[in-house]
Design a protein around this ligand. Structure first.
Ligand code: ZN
Ligand code: FE
Length: 256
C-alpha cells in the first residue's frame, strides 16, 4: 500500500512532508523547517512520528528538529553519513543505495550533491514518490552553494531516470520565479507555456505548486533539459556536453 503523503507549508516558502503508512502507523517527516505546523499536522491526524529524514544541512531544513523531538523523543533521525559532522545528531547514517523502511514501504537513498555536498534524496518506488528538497525543484534546481555544475547535472540525471510517474516532493515554493526564468530558455515550449499559466493561477489561489510530476519536470524544467537539441541551439551550444549546458543554464539563473 502506498504511503499517505501530506505537504506542510513552513516559514515563508519552505515545505516539509509527512509520509504515513496506514497499516503499521509508522510516520516519517522529511525535513524540519519549523516545528509548529508539523506538530499541528501530526496532532490533527493523530499520527505518531517514528522517523525523521533529513535531506541536507541548511538551517531552513533542520532548525525545527529539537522541538519536534521534544514531542516525539523516540523518532529515529536519519541523514547522510557524509554530512554527520554538520547535521543534528543522527540515529542512522545513510549513503547512496542504503534503504529506509517506513512500514511496508522501502525508501532508497540517492546522493544528489550540488546544492550542498552531502545532500541526499529519498525515493519510495512503491509510493511513486521522491523527496528531493533543494536538488530537483519544481521547474528549477537548487543553487550551487558547494558542488559543481557537472556534479549537480549528474545528480539531476539520476532523478530524471526515475519512473516518469514519480511525484517530486521538493523543498521550496519558488516555482513562479522559476517559470519566469524557464521561459527565457524555452519561450516556445508549449508544455512550459501552459505550465506557467497553471502556476500563475495556482499562486493566485494560494495553492502550492509542490509536489510536481517528474514527467512534467522532464518536459518543462530547463535544468533537466540540457541535452535537448532545441535548448542547446537556443544557447548556441549545439552538440555540447549536457553538463556544460546545464552549467550555463544555472549561471544564467543566478544572474536572472
Ligand atoms: Zn538548502
Ligand atoms: Fe532550502
Amino acid at each position: 500500500m502506498p504511503l499517505d503523503i501530506i505537504t506542510i507549508p513552513c516559514l515563508q516558502d519552505n515545505y516539509a512532508f509527512l509520509a504515513h503508512d496506514p497499516v503499521s502507523g509508522e510516520t516519517a517527516l522529511v525535513d524540519i523547517p519549523e516545528a509548529a505546523p508539523i506538530l499541528a499536522a501530526l496532532t490533527q491526524r493523530n499520527w505518531k512520528l517514528t522517523h525523521v529524514l533529513i535531506t541536507h544541512h541548511h538551517d531552513d531544513h533542520v532548525q525545527g528538529l529539537g522541538a519536534v523531538l521534544a514531542a516525539y523523543p523516540d523518532a529515529k533521525v536519519i541523514g547522510a553519513a557524509a554530512d554527520s559532522h554538520r547535521l543534528p545528531d543522527l540515529n542512522i547514517e545513510v549513503a547512496e543505495g542504503d534503504t529506509v523502511r517506513i512500514g511496508a514501504d522501502t525508501g532508497y537513498v540517492i546522493d544528489v550533491s550540488g546544492h550542498t555536498v552531502g545532500h541526499i534524496a529519498f525515493h519510495f518506488p512503491q509510493s511513486a514518490a521522491v523527496f528531493t528538497a533543494d536538488s530537483l525543484m519544481a521547474l528549477g534546481c537548487g543553487r550551487l552553494f558547494e558542488g559543481t555544475g557537472p556534479q549537480m547535472w549528474a545528480s539531476l540525471s539520476k532523478l530524471a531516470a526515475l519512473p516518469a510517474e514519480t511525484i517530486v516532493y521538493s523543498g521550496h515554493e519558488y516555482t513562479a520565479a522559476n517559470a519566469a526564468f524557464a521561459l527565457t530558455i524555452e519561450p516556445d515550449n508549449p508544455a512550459l507555456i501552459s505550465r506557467s499559466e497553471a502556476i500563475t493561477a495556482a499562486r493566485a489561489a494560494q495553492t502550492p505548486t509542490v509536489p510536481s510530476a517528474l514527467a512534467l519536470e522532464l518536459a518543462t524544467n530547463p535544468f533537466l533539459r540540457a541535452a535537448v537539441p532545441s535548448v542547446q541551439a537556443h544557447l548556441g551550444m549545439q552538440g555540447a556536453d549536457p553538463a556544460a549546458v546545464f552549467t550555463e543554464i544555472r549561471a544564467r539563473k543566478d544572474r536572472f
